[in-house]
Write a protein that binds this ligand. Structure first.
Ligand code: KIV
Length: 263
């Protein structure tokens, strides 16, 4: 295994070559090392840490300082996996404010920041400053109070069309990666085929260019209920390292997600 971290260009090459990208969330050094050793391609320091690490009911209370701290923990021991860090709620209200905050995550060791929604101007400005950006469409947990719950998005044709248009505009604005959360598998397939940049799905079917899961859900150690689109990789009972390896292989061989984990 190489000791040089993968770059966004390596992930883009994987898409071109038809190799699925396996990603998991990570929040601390010990799991970061286990995930890295398992050969998982990318780690997301997700603001889902607000729920699985801090025990909150949403991601909204996560602060930039929390994200900087967890990004430092994860990148301290990472050798190969590409690391993305979430920009938490209200830390990207305008391009300049976003750049100042994103810079702190990059300085903590992240190679890319992720932000939710159709924030084309912010994305373009960050990319112009040399900060790689991952978009996040479909279910956007930071908008949970506006959405009224954790629901599948893009079911109505007009909503699906908007997600497709936003995905294209994010790519045009310079996003290097896109996360699609909780959308019908057919819609995610269409977007993944249309975009040049890799599309990483969570609850978005098997035809995305890669998959991401919340680590604590797939290891079945979360405090909340595991979402339908996730899977307990600790069953049948295995060691954590084995569960991570099984996830990697299942993603690479398109055996996860199945229709049972898709919408
Ligand atoms: O915060 C997170 O873990 C995420 C994933 C659900 C994609 O954004």
């Amino acid at each position: 295994m190489t000791s040089k971290p993968l770059s966004i260009h390596d992930l883009a090459a994987m898409k071109r070559q038809g190799e699925k990208i396996a990603c998991l969330t990570a929040y601390d050094a010990s799991f970061s090392a286990l995930i890295d050793n398992a050969g998982i391609d990318a780690m997301l320091v997700g603001d889902s840490l607000g729920m699985v690490f801090q025990g909150r009911t949403s991601t909204l209370a996560v602060s930039l300082d929390d994200m900087i701290y967890h990004t430092r923990c994860v990148t301290a021991v990472r050798r190969r996996a590409f690391v993305i860090a979430d920009m938490p709620f209200l830390t990207y209200p305008d391009p300049l404010g976003a750049a100042v905050n994103a810079a702190k995550l990059i300085q903590a060791g992240a190679q890319m920041v992720k932000l939710e929604g159709a924030r084309f101007e912010v994305v373009r400005f960050l990319v112009d400053q040399g900060i790689p950006v991952c978009g996040h469409l479909g279910l956007q947990p930071q908008s949970i109070n506006r959405l009224g719950g954790y629901k599948v998005q893009g079911i109505e044709p007009a909503d699906a069309d908007k997600i497709i248009a936003d995905a294209q505009k994010l790519q045009e604005a310079g996003a290097g990666l896109l996360v699609l959360e909780c959308v019908p598998a057919k819609l995610a397939d269409e977007i993944s085929s249309q975009l040049v940049i890799p599309v990483i799905g969570i609850g978005a079917g098997v035809d995305c260019d890669g998959q991401v899961l919340v680590l604590y859900d797939m290891l079945d150690i979360g405090v909340g209920k595991r979402p339908r689109f996730s899977k307990n990789f600790m069953q049948p009972p295995v060691a954590i390292a084995q569960a991570l390896g099984n996830y990697l292989i299942a993603v690479k061989e398109r055996r996860f997600p199945t229709v049972d984990h898709s919408f």
